[in-house]
Design a protein around this ligand. Structure first.
Ligand code: SAM
Length: 259
């Protein structure tokens, strides 16, 4: 998957991430946005980078939310769905964005941007002790024979790296002045009962990169699940929480980054 492919998908199908994950639920009834919001301080302004349709705003409160995204199409969906949420068009890597914020969030987006650049910028926006919280999809192959793994294998996505693979995170975060305080994985039940559900899930995998026979086989994987009485598929998501160390415990920090 390339960055241009990501931009093209969001221009063609704005709101797709929220449409897929808004109805997804973990065993406690939370969707991935509610799960991400649990890492945030209860008060103070929050910057939502790569906000898309601003789905996170409803779990933060419009009064303390600022979202930015580079896609006009996504921002149009955000304005229509959440007119009270403050959003603007900006490139997360270059735009002038004021602050300070108690938290910076990247819902399903940290894997799209160079990590060192994001950490370097987040340092300038966050208060000492501020939080950088992110969710990312999982593409790493596991041995488990789950429908999700079969779907990835069918689409040729098993182990396919994102632009930013996010390995060795604790050390890389520490080099930029952040402490890794939480790194977890959770499965969310994504509906696949209807043809519309299944197409939405398949579209979210950036299908232009796939051959027609792979897509057909992937549809069959989902249909077999439904035929077996399973109307949802377990969709694994990683949640990452980083805390900006205060100047007292910061020490020398590598902010040179390779960006
Ligand atoms: C997978 S979507 C996630 C959207 C939203 N955060 C959510 O979880 O519903 C990724 C978003 O990142 C945005 N994006 C990608 N690169 C960006 C950049 N450099 N600056 C700002 N937004 C960017 C895309 O336009 C898209 O809306």
């Amino acid at each position: 998957m390339t960055r241009p492919a990501v931009s093209a998908l969001h221009a063609r199908r704005p709101g797709i991430t929220e449409d897929l994950l808004g109805p997804a639920r973990d065993e406690r009834g939370r969707n991935p946005y509610a799960w991400l919001a649990e890492l945030l301080p209860p008060t103070g302004p929050v910057l939502d980078l790569c906000c898309g349709s601003a789905a996170l705003a409803q779990h933060i409160g419009a009064g303390r939310y600022r979202g930015v995204d580079s896609s006009v199409e996504e921002l149009a969906v955000a304005a229509a769905r959440r007119p009270a949420a403050v959003t603007s068009r900006a490139d997360a890597l270059t735009a002038e964005i004021g602050g300070p914020f108690v938290a910076v969030t990247l819902s399903m987006a940290l894997m799209l941007l160079p990590l060192q650049a994001v950490l370097h910028r987040a340092r300038s926006w966050l208060v000492p002790g501020g939080v950088l919280a992110a969710t990312v999809p999982m593409r790493e192959p596991t041995l488990a024979d789950t429908a999700y793994n079969r779907l990835l294998a069918t689409l040729g996505w098993c182990g396919e790296p994102f632009p930013e693979p996010l390995g060795a995170l604790a050390g890389r975060a520490a080099a930029s002045g952040f402490a890794l305080h939480s790194d977890e994985m959770r499965c969310f039940a994504v509906p696949i009962a209807t043809p519309a559900n299944r197409e939405l899930l398949l579209r979210s995998f950036y299908l232009p990169d796939q051959r027609a026979d792979q897509v057909t086989t992937a549809r069959d994987v989902l249909l077999e699940e439904v035929a077996a009485g399973r109307p949802t598929i377990g969709y694994p998501i990683r949640r990452i929480g980083l805390r900006l160390r205060s100047t007292a415990d910061l020490g020398p920090v590598n902010v040179s980054g390779e960006f």
